[in-house]
Design a protein around this ligand. Sequence first.
Ligand code: ADP
Length: 864
Amino acid sequence: MISQSLPVQLSIASPADIERTAGQLLAIRDRFRDTERTAPDALRPLILESWRRCQALHVDPLLRYAPAAIARDVQLRERWEANALLMQAAEPVMRYLADMLAESGYVVALADATGCILRLVGDRIVRRRLARIDFLPGGGWGEAQAGTNAIGTALTDGHPVQLMAAEHFCDGWQDLTCTAVPIHDALTRGVIGVLDVTGDYRLIRSPLVSLLAAAALEVENGLRPTPQVGPVNPRVTRLLRAEGTGPPLLLPGSVLEAKPSAVTCAETDAPDALVVTRLEDLQARDAVYLVAAGGAVGASLDVQATLEHVAEQAAHLLRLDRAAAGLFNLKQDHNAIYVWHRHKPPAIEREHTWEEILGHSRAVDLLQERGEPVIVEDAASSDLVSATLLDQLEIRSLMLLPLTGARGVAGFIVAPRRGASHWSIDDVRLGLTLAAQAATAIENARLFDSLQRHARRIEALNAIAALLSALQDPSRHLETIVDRIAEILGLSAGLVLLRDEAAGRLTLAAYRGLPASLIEELRAHPVPLQESYVMQTGESMLIRDAATDERILYEPFRRARLHEVMVVPLAAGGARLGILQVACGSDRTFTDDDLSLFTAIGQQLGLALENEQRARAARDVEALREADRLKSAFLAMISHDLRSPLTAIHASIEGLLDGESLQALPLQEQLLQNIAGQTARLGRLVDQVLDLSRIEAGVLPLDRDWVEVPSLIDDAVAAALGDDATRPVERHVPSTMPLLYVDYDRMFQVLFNLLENARKYAPPGSPIAVEAEHTSSAVLIGVADRGPGIPAAEHEAVFQHFYRLRGTAPAAPSGSGLGLAICRGIVEAHGGTIWVEDRPGGGSIFRFSLPLPESSPAEGGAAH
Ligand code: ADP
């Protein structure tokens, strides 16, 4: 029964959806105002028509309010008098609506046939807000005054209308939803007023239309003269008395409430004349009940509750003592069938009996196949149902009505009678109309259900994302994470196995709620990678029966006897870092939705673990860099401090060797020479280290001057190779080369290092080539040898400090691995680049390019 405590749930789409729709509407409206055009399907024709009419009426869309149609109280009082009957009939209905919508941010308005508001009730705050735009008694809300609004449109159109946000043509209404239904004169059918419900557009709710339509019908009925019931057949009177009061009514204070209960023709044998009168009466009444029933079945967004309302309303509408409604293919969380009894609370066992009996009847199959109602007038003589089984439910005759939605027959309504009986066309028509409304309501409820599931999913993902982002190193808190996941999803067990690439297996990282025997097995015999379907394929899996599912290869999982299991990869990009596995207790089963949610959780955790790995690698790099910096600082200090004593030692030895006073023995002289040579070498090394530390610190001083390339090359060749008579040197240096503006000593050092390397690493006697060329902006110098060459993979590495080729044999020429690093430092300090190439025919070519200064020394620009 529909009662005053009818739950009003005022949102059907998500707020974001509604916001988006409102935004789109606004864009369409602005376009219409600018160009008077909209895309053909962008808008409901009804609204577009109204916008056009308002344009034609020169309504100013920028006005934030409608001009008050009535300025003085006395005028308003005149209107009230003129509409006294309408107001009187509407009063209880409006009060009822206001109570029902109390605290939901809605107001209820009654307007007369010109759109002038007569009465406004409901939420005081909303009323005060609306008063600022003249939405108050006396305000004129015909289209001609105010532009497109629900009252004006309902008046013009003559039908119920709901306008959302920017569907209103005038400003100031973008955040409101208005639902208006015209009230017709019972005799002339002309519109005599409008009932309207206005509130925040985020509370948009489709059943408001049918609720308001029913309310308008109530008002119309209130305006009707009370019907005169003719002489009543005694049998009918008896029946009416026996039935007590009629079906429940939508609105209190209704004129219908006083009427006697309905009786179908089949149940009376009243004289024809009376039946005709009664039928006429019934039809008007049925229409009202139908609207009321439509409102009632659409009142809830819960599938189960909707199903209950459908059964209840079917019983009321068809005047039965009970009725049932059922759905096909329901998920586990709903009963498949709901039975409503007028006198008893529904009994669960009985519902199961209904389910079983109907589930195996041909009648239900037929209904599902054809989507048409199936009527069994007498079960005893029908082969569509089993009379013996139906007997258990005390049913002899029944009508099955299909609940047909957008995706076919979703379920059915069962209208049963205890005795064999005839179902009139009116019964079928009424039943089918209710079934159509019920199907829509169920579809809405299912939609809402899926929206809610979606919301739950987002909530779960958010909760887990919040947890993961709060943990800096999730891999150390996997136990907590598994606990939290199990808690959020209401699961009994979970575990994380991480990939151990080197060992080719999955190792146990965290678990909860698992049998001790399985944990022992997992520890003693970790899962080999090839025994994990998920690691092999990257696909998530839902296992209903571990004993028979072929995807389970690891025996202990089979033996663990978990109820239902989901396993998903910890996926990060293309990589699989491991698996996440959960199981539920026997009180529930997993759905595909659960699996997709869980897969997303696996991805989240996978990404978090990968991020952690990256962060750790980044921290390692940072630590290396710091160590490097310390080393450089140390080298700079050491080399600087070594230099002075070395210079002193070197000078002393040179002094000894040159000294005429020293009558050195040959052996002593040889030793002194040795010391001098090694000291010189040590000095060079210290110089190199010092240079390098300056280069790295970016403080290599450059003493630039204009330098001729050919003489630089000659000097370097003479210094590096001058004492090697066996070494042929080829020079390819054009006679005209531009001058370089560089530090001569440093550039000499670069060339010297390269030439010396060529001499060191290329076989004795093999030729060394030095080449130079230039473009308009740079000079390119190369040193080529026929040595062993440098593997392409190490072309870059040889320029790092202390780097020596990997294959450098113990017998290879001695070196520090600093020469090329210094070359690169010097060249780059001059704005140039240096690299090595393979030389065609064998060997390597070290090349460097140096940018030419923008002006020449003659112009004197760059010299200082
Ligand atoms: P060093 O020669 O003191 O070891 P370098 O920085 O000058 O240091 O050279 C780095 C490494 O590059 C050398 O150890 C050597 O293995 C390789 N290398 C340098 N020049 C040549 C070359 N011309 N041919 C082959 N290998 C070379």
